[in-house]
Design a binder for this molecule. Structure first.
Ligand code: PHE
Length: 338
């Protein structure tokens, strides 16, 4: 150093100061705004101290410039590294301060996930299964007129099924539908065969509530009308459905029965479990010619099958639930299992 001019010695001393002050500044920073301020002071491109020191080079005597230049570059690199290191440290500590002081072993507040009601899940799965079998979704109103709930279904005015005690009448001519078979009529009135639909929804009957009955429950109705539809089609469709929804090992049984709107008619039973208990899932049959006529179809041209199954019962069979009431009690301990 003794060989350099006084001017250069002073300039080099200033570089030393710049270096040590800069390093200290970047090391002791505690916040991003402080870091930003220090960056401007030391490395700022216009007025930063490093920039000023660089300018100083030009004022030094030629032979000293190399020494100064080398020292300048070293200081520049040191400050740039310190600046970057400080930034990285601060970024990490921002994340850390969020948890400082917290006991990381305390269990967090679990977020409760909402779920769809098991009957909704079941309905969607049924729609999906029948959809894959070519059945479209149809809908009808829950408040029905006696024509669609009874007359058109071949249930005449004097039929016991129309008893006020067995139905929720709203007026003499309207009621809460007692079956989804009403939708069969609405679909056939509106369209020509071929028809392949399912309709799902609530039905209402003034039954006393117990483990297997409720005054409101859900049915899935199916209707298939085309040329040459037979009872064999009905049975294979329901068997295929039962296997899809309940598993390959499910056993299905058809018992002769009677419904005014189907002929012949059957009750559809499914084996509940390995105990050998049969449970009635609903009714089915070949659409009665009188019903086809009532909607303007020619029974000599087309035939059809229909079925109506209880959605609660299907869901209960699937999940091994033996009481229908929890479906309507909104107890999350029950509902969260699905
Ligand atoms: N609607 C009948 C019931 O509620 C079930 C059924 C539907 C029967 C379609 C035959 C055909 O019990």
């Amino acid at each position: 150093m003794s060989s350099t001019s006084n001017e250069t010695t002073a300039a080099l001393a200033e570089l030393d100061r710049l270096e040590s002050e800069g390093l200290t500044a970047f090391e002791t920073l505690t916040s991003i705004p402080d870091w930003e301020a220090a960056r401007v002071v030391f490395l700022g491109l216009k007025q930063g101290r490093l920039k000023v020191a660089q300018e100083a080079l030009k004022t030094l005597p030629g032979p000293d410039r190399k020494i100064y230049g080398q020292r300048f570059n070293a200081v520049k690199t040191a400050l740039e590294v310190a600046c970057e290191t400080a930034k990285t440290k601060l970024d990490q500590s921002v994340v850390k301060t969020a948890v400082i002081g917290e006991d990381l072993t305390v269990p967090g507040t679990a977020r409760g996930f909402g779920r769809r009601h098991p009957l909704t899940q079941t309905s969607e799965e049924l729609i999906d299964i029948f959809g894959r079998m070519g059945f479209e979704l149809a809908r009808g109103p829950e408040i029905e007129d006696t024509f669609h709930n009874f007359e058109a279904l071949n249930i005449p005015a004097d039929h016991p099924a129309r008893e006020p005690l067995d139905n929720f009448y709203l007026t003499p001519k309207t009621l809460l539908r007692s079956q989804t078979s009403t939708v069969q009529i609405r679909v056939m009135e509106a369209t020509k065969p071929p028809i392949r639909v399912v309709a799902l929804g609530r039905v209402y009957r003034p039954d006393a509530v117990d483990a297997t009955h409720s005054f409101m429950f859900h049915q899935i109705e199916g209707l298939y009308v085309d040329r040459g539809v037979t009872m064999a089609n009905l049975k294979s469709t329901l068997r295929q459905f039962a296997k899809s929804y309940l598993g390959q090992d499910v056993t299905v049984r058809f018992r002769p029965s009677f419904f005014p709107f189907t002929e012949p008619s059957v009750e559809v039973d499914m084996m509940w479990d390995s105990s050998g208990r049969w449970v009635e899932m609903g009714g089915a049959g070949m659409v009665d010619p009188n019903v086809l006529k009532a909607v303007g179809y020619d029974p000599d041209e087309v035939s059809g099958f229909a079925f109506g199954l209880g959605i609660e019962r299907l869901c209960m069979r699937r999940h091994g639930i033996d009481d229908i009431r929890p479906f309507y009690q909104n107890d999350v301990r029950f509902l969260s299992q699905f």
